[in-house]
Design a protein around this ligand. Structure first.
Ligand code: NZQ
Ligand code: ZN
Length: 381
């Protein structure tokens, strides 16, 4: 096991009706900026619940943080926050609204351009305190420090580290209005967050393995029920908690992590706009096939413990586990090939070029070069 320091400072407030707790969670003397997306929270009543809980507070609103939040939009929120001297931000929406809020909170006290902070998080100094009402289980952003921001001028999309939300409100009823496609992408995203931390050979942390397998199995078991009825409170609650636990550091103690699927997926989104979870469902099975020798022991464990595959030939066992994984993504339902989205060689070549220029080496052993990415993308076709 590797040495590690663990601290996660986010308070989780979970369950039906929990939005009403906003009233006592934010001090009355705070000037709050509410940040929101394109309007889903107005349609599903979440906005009304937030406004009702904060009727004694002093609030201003910023709308229009889009999926894959753009720095161009966030600059406007930063300017508004500075002008109004806000000292608390409440994100109400999905991971994009919350990620955007993490940049807004980091950039209001900063004098330069917000994009500098995405490129170099060491420039981040003071951060305005923020919290969220999360309405889409997927990113784990509600209990981690990460945020992923896009730049439409340069066509780039990068992750950076900001701060933990002070608290996060998770009411599974807010997810009842989600489009089924977003649920499918959210399940795939959560599942692959776990896989990027679990499928690593020589991670000598058996407790982490068992926790990771617990989340994977919960998602596999829950997904068909959600597909049948996304207003089943208990099933949505299981999904919501799984998504949070998948990327809040709890399964990452003392281990090495991969994240190559995410790095390649982010490039696909940056170039084509394809939704995050679906890019991962395309890249991950291909990556596992290409990297199966490095991940051999853990893939064999995954085959046995998660998919109950009984097979003596190791290569056949691994391929069966990867095939089951791909079938799981297809059952959500998601497409798992680039060609199904009309994404062709031009995009693949551009991605490989980008990694080559940056001299990036991805994966737990930094062994995935631009040439390996090219082979992985061939397997995605
Ligand atoms: O904009 P609105 O109108 O709110 O609609 C959103 C959006 O169109 C809608 N939605 C959200 N909650 C809803 C709802 N519609 C109906 N009912 C609800 N309850 O769903 C659409 C997608 O929302 P978005 O926030 O973009 O999705 P998600 O939460 O999956 O976030 C995706 C972003 O997170 C990044 C991704 O790269 C992408 O930019 N990630 C962030 C991570 C992190 N912070 O740790 C890690 C992840 O790996 C990921 O990269
Ligand atoms: Zn993700």
């Amino acid at each position: 096991m590797k040495n590690f320091t663990f601290q996660n400072t986010t308070k989780i407030i979970f369950g039906k009706g929990s939005i009403s707790q906003l009233e006592k969670e934010i001090p009355l003397d705070r000037k709050i900026m509410l940040t929101m997306g394109g309007g889903s929270v107005k349609q599903n009543g979440v906005y009304d619940q937030v406004v009702s809980a904060l009727q004694k507070h002093n609030c201003i609103e910023f709308w229009g943080i889009e999926p894959n939040p753009k720095v161009e939009t966030l600059r406007k929120a930063i300017a508004l926050g500075k002008q109004e001297n806000i000292d608390f931000i409440l994100a109400v929406g999905g991971g994009s609204v919350l990620d955007g809020t993490k940049l807004i909170a980091s950039a209001i006290p900063y004098n330069g351009d917000a994009w500098n902070l995405v490129l170099d998080e060491t420039l981040i100094g003071d951060i305005i305190p923020f919290a969220d009402v999360i309405t889409l289980p997927a990113t784990g952003s509600e209990m981690n420090q990460g945020a992923v921001i896009s730049n439409s001028a340069s066509g780039e999309k990068y992750a950076f580290g900001s701060a933990y939300p002070q608290f996060s409100i998770l009411d599974p009823e807010t997810t009842f209005s989600l489009p089924p496609y977003q649920i499918a992408c959210g399940i795939a995203d959560s599942f692959i967050h776990v896989m990027e931390q679990y499928l690593i050979d020589k991670n000598n942390a058996p407790l982490m393995d068992r926790w990771a397998e617990g989340i994977l199995l919960t998602l596999i078991e829950t997904a068909p029920f959600i597909r049948k009825n996304q207003q089943d409170y208990e099933q949505m609650a299981n999904f919501m908690l799984s998504a949070t636990m998948a990327l809040n550091g709890f399964i990452a103690m003392g281990i090495r992590t991969d994240w190559a699927t995410h790095m390649i997926g982010h490039e696909i989104t940056a170039l084509t706009g394809l939704t995050h979870g679906e890019t991962l469902a395309i890249v991950e099975p291909a990556l596992l096939r290409v990297m199966k020798n490095e991940k051999r022991n853990k893939l064999l464990q995954y085959a046995e413990r998660v998919w109950n595959i009984v097979e003596t030939d190791e290569d056949r066992k691994i391929e069966a586990a990867i095939a089951k994984t791909e079938q799981f993504y297809r059952s959500l339902p998601l497409k798992t090939r680039l060609s199904e989205h009309g994404i062709g060689d031009d995009v693949c070549q551009e991605i490989v070029e980008r990694f080559r220029k940056r001299n990036t080496r991805l994966g737990e052993n930094a062994s995935i070069t631009a040439d390996t990415v090219k082979i992985i993308l061939e397997h995605c076709k």
